[in-house]
Design a protein around this ligand. Structure first.
Ligand code: FES
Length: 106
C-alpha cells in the first residue's frame, strides 16, 4: 500500500495509505482534503483537481499527457510541477508521493 501525503494550502499535511490504482484526486475527495474540488469526477474535464507535485517527485510522476495539458490551461496559477490529481494513479513506484494543494481552484 503506497503512502500519499497531500499538503493543504494552509500547510496542514494529510497522510494516507492508499490503494494501488487509486488516483490522488480520489483519495483527496474521499478524505475531505480542503481545496480539491474535482467537479468532473475524474474525467479530465474540469481542472478543479489541480495540485503541485512536490519538486522531489516531479520527475518520477512525469509530465501530463496532451489532454491533461490542454485542461491545465484552465487551472489557476499553473507552474511547471502542476498536474491534475485525477490523472495521477498511485502505485508502489509513487510510494511516499507528496503533492501540494494550490491557493484556489480555477
Ligand atoms: S476531477 Fe476534473 S479534471 Fe480532475
Amino acid at each position: 500500500m503506497p503512502k500519499l501525503t497531500i499538503i493543504a494550502f494552509d500547510g496542514t499535511p494529510y497522510d494516507f495509505d492508499v490503494q494501488n490504482g487509486s488516483t490522488v484526486m480520489e483519495n483527496a475527495v474521499r478524505n475531505s482534503v480542503p481545496g480539491v474540488e474535482a467537479e468532473c469526477g475524474g474525467a479530465c474535464a474540469c481542472a478543479t483537481c489541480h495540485v503541485y507535485v512536490d519538486e522531489a517527485w516531479s520527475a518520477t510522476v512525469g509530465a501530463p499527457e496532451a489532454m491533461e495539458e490542454d485542461m491545465l490551461d484552465f487551472a489557476y496559477d499553473v507552474k511547471p510541477t502542476s498536474r491534475l490529481s485525477c490523472q495521477i494513479k498511485m502505485s508502489d513506484r509513487l510510494d511516499g508521493l507528496v503533492v501540494h494543494v494550490p491557493e484556489r481552484q480555477a
